[in-house]
Design a protein around this ligand. Structure first.
Ligand code: ASP
Length: 341
């Protein structure tokens, strides 16, 4: 065998091993708990990204866990006492927007020019009604404004100054942009935010009647270009809800989620691709989104109460609460996760 032939065999072997390795990696089990809830249920996320034990302090971990637990308890209690699913979506996103730990509302990341520009959307799975807002600079609770657009305008998607004028018509006040910029005020947070450039918040709920709703709110990507809009307010990309499929809220590198219509794609994989929610979520994240380039995750709930919290990034802040179908006691299970485990 000539030197040249031997070399090309080595090249084939390396390429073959590379392809095999990628397929094995992309199909590896994610070891996420598999919940099926009976009755009202809620799943939340607080963003996905390079979230690992090594770059987390115990104090920060406790803060995040406590916040996610508080939000789950409040959202679940509201659903259990019969509050409407859309009100619960807005309430939960409002709590997360007020919490500077997350990249939504107060504590949002900033554009290259140092401004907060906020995006949000909400969608109802029974009626398919939806509202979305983008490029907000002066609205404390973008998800609440998205809900106002859904309920009180003839439109689905309002942006920038027009959205803020509509907010004022609806009686919502404007706040100065630096209200959101906690990282400027707290050096510790600045260092943390640099490492954790993600932290979008999202929620999916199932009410006692089995109807679904979803919502997502974000400051976008750190250092983004002025005017950039990510996947979060784009219905079908960052948020989608359909009683016939699932309620989905995404987090991750928005450009990839827009191009692959990730939230709608999970629904389509369920409705047309005959996959269950877990398979559809896994397929969309690990097969469709390039696992290296399109990093992020999603949460989902279907009408039968199946829940997913799937991500291809090292970690995702996430949690779920509801009474499991398998429960003998009827006591709700509350789960909170941070790392890939
Ligand atoms: N998806 C968001 C965006 O691209 C960011 C994130 O989820 O971290 O705007």
């Amino acid at each position: 065998m000539s030197m040249k032939t031997r070399l090309s065999w080595w090249v084939y072997l390396v390429i073959g091993l590379g392809i095999f390795g990628y397929q094995w990696w992309s199909q590896r089990p994610t070891h996420q708990p598999d919940f099926q809830f009976d009755g009202p249920a809620i799943v939340i996320h607080g963003g996905a990204g390079v979230i690992t034990r090594e770059n987390m302090t115990p104090a920060m971990e406790t803060l995040v866990r406590t916040s996610l637990e508080r939000v789950l308890d409040s959202g679940y209690a509201a659903l259990a006492r019969g509050e409407s699913r859309m009100d619960v979506v807005v309430r939960v996103l409002g709590m997360l927007e007020s919490d500077s730990l997350f990249n939504a509302g107060i504590g949002a990341v900033v554009t290259a020019e140092g401004q907060a520009e906020l995006d949000a959307s909400v969608m109802d799975g029974e009626t398919k009604q939806a509202g979305a807002v983008a490029g907000l600079q002066h609205i404390l609770h973008p998800a609440a404004l998205a809900h106002e657009v859904m309920m009180h305008s003839d439109h689905v998607f309002l942006v920038g100054a027009g959205a803020e004028a509509f907010a004022q018509e609806r009686g919502m006040g404007l706040v100065p942009n630096d209200t959101f910029l906690t990282h400027r005020r707290h050096a510790q947070y600045a260092a943390w935010a640099e490492q954790h450039k993600r932290g979008t918040v999202g929620v999916v709920v199932r009410d006692a009647q089995g109807h679904l709703a979803a919502g997502t709110s974000t400051g976008g990507m750190m250092g983004k270009r002025w005017g950039r809009v990510g996947d979060v307010p784009v219905l079908g990309a960052g948020t989608y809800a359909d009683d016939a499929g699932a309620a989905i809220s995404c987090t991750g590198h928005g450009e990839y989620f827009i191009r692959e219509a990730v939230a709608y794609q999970v629904n389509a994989q369920m409705i047309w691709g005959q996959k269950n929610l877990a398979e559809a979520a896994h397929y969309t994240l690990f097969e469709v989104l390039n696992a290296d380039a399109g990093q992020g995750g999603l949460i989902g709930l279907d009408a039968e109460g199946h829940a997913v919290m799937t991500f291809n990034s090292p970690g995702m802040y996430r949690g779920a609460k509801g009474v499991e179908v398998s429960s003998k006691t009827g006591v709700p299970t509350r789960y909170v996760g941070i790392y890939g485990e």
